[in-house]
Design a protein around this ligand. Structure first.
Ligand SMILES: Cc1cc2nc3c(=O)[nH]c(=O)nc-3n(C[C@H](O)[C@H](O)[C@H](O)COP(=O)(O)OP(=O)(O)OC[C@H]3O[C@@H](n4cnc5c(N)ncnc54)[C@H](O)[C@@H]3O)c2cc1C
Length: 330
């Protein structure tokens, strides 16, 4: 699915599926699933539709930040709204750690004012903001401390433009959210202002196993296609076997790492997954030949979607390692 429609239609479809009925209550309510089961579910969901699964991860990211908040009153109010289905939250925090950092000035500036904060600027990347009722978003103060807060999308001074025209995952409706002197009451802060507020929460932000699971899900679609083609084309048999073996080894590593078995770091796994998803999707194009280059064939979409993993939530060490592979240096 890659059309500019607002993702609600996709989420509605997903909500009706068995995977969703199993996945959401266990993931969001009480964490009854083991982490490896959650990772495995992400692989399956991403293999079915990367865009829908990505949107889901951003909702879950907002939820995790809310759950981890030490502001109990705010947390409980938001959680009850989320559980009732009246509150839809998404997250815009990349400018606190990665996006626009080289500019030397905050993308989103928070000034102490009227016993609260006045926020101006933009959160450059927010997925599905136009369908959200609330945003988990960050801003930086002149002294370098950061605030992490929740704000209603219809609060005065907030503008949510239409999503950007993306290379892929267009239906995620990702784009900037603009802030013009938006008043943030201290009761909306998820935690006290501090340097590197995301790290202070103890939650991982970039390079987690979740992003690797989504990459593996997309790669799985491409590998399945190549395997299917190999049934009629014996010259592809060796290719399909080699990719299936790598897929199974990577899935094993993903599930082990998700379970807390330190076979490698998150970033090492992500580096391998990025390489794998780029290689498998391009292999699917080579296998599909010219037919794959025609709009509507999934191979072209898979190739474009794989590029996403070079830019989304990608720690510098992963980018560096992927660049070295692309450039051909050790
Ligand atoms: C489809 C999509 C969905 C996303 N969804 C979310 C989301 O829901 N929530 C969220 O928080 N984040 C989200 N992100 C953000 C993502 O995780 C990354 O933070 C983002 O892709 C970083 O890209 P950037 O262009 O902002 O990086 P930047 O570092 O700002 O780079 C932009 C440009 O600045 C220049 N530049 C970069 N570094 C330097 C330098 N050192 N010196 C000089 N010039 C430089 C380059 O020309 C570069 O092209 C999303 C990203 C994408 C693509």
């Amino acid at each position: 699915m890659d059309n500019p429609e607002w993702p609600t239609a996709q989420l509605k479809l997903l909500e009706q599926s068995d995977v969703y009925r199993w996945f959401i209550p266990r993931h969001l309510g009480g964490l009854q699933w083991e982490p490896a089961q959650i990772a495995s579910a992400y692989v399956k969901l991403a293999s079915a539709c990367l865009t829908t699964t990505f949107i889901l991860t951003q909702r879950v990211a907002a939820l995790r930040r809310i759950c981890a908040s030490d502001n109990v009153a705010l947390r409980d109010t938001l959680l009850s709204g989320i559980l009732e289905g009246n509150t839809q939250a998404t997250v815009g925090i990349s400018h606190l750690t990665t996006s626009r950092r080289h500019l030397g000035q905050p993308a989103c500036l928070a000034i102490e004012k009227d016993s609260g904060y006045s926020v101006t600027g933009q959160s450059p990347w927010v997925t599905g903001a136009c369908g959200a009722t609330h945003l988990v978003v960050g801003a930086e103060m002149p002294d370098g401390r950061q605030i992490l807060f929740v704000i209603a999308t219809d609060a005065p001074g907030i503008t949510v433009p239409h999503g950007l025209d993306l290379v892929a995952l267009t239906a995620s409706q990702t784009g900037p959210v603009k802030f013009e002197n938006v008043f943030v009451d201290p009761s909306w802060l998820l935690t006290d202002p501090t340097q590197q507020v995301l790290a202070a929460s103890g939650l991982t932000s970039t390079g987690s196993t979740q992003t690797s699971a989504l990459a593996l899900g997309l790669a799985t679609s491409a590998v399945n296609f190549i395997e299917q083609e190999s049934r009629q084309r014996p010259d592809l048999f060796e290719t399909a076997e080699a990719l299936k073996k790598q897929q199974s080894e990577l899935e094993d590593r993903l599930l082990k790492l998700s379970s807390g078995i330190a076979i490698c770091t998150n970033e090492e796994l992500r580096t391998e997954m990025n390489s794998f998803v780029l290689r498998t999707t391009q292999a699917s194009m080579a296998v599909a030949k010219g037919a794959g280059f025609v709009q509507g064939h999934p191979a072209g979409r898979w190739c474009r979607e794989a590029l996403f993993f070079l830019v989304w939530s990608c720690p510098p060490s992963v980018i560096h390692a992927n660049l070295c592979e692309l450039v051909g240096i050790e």
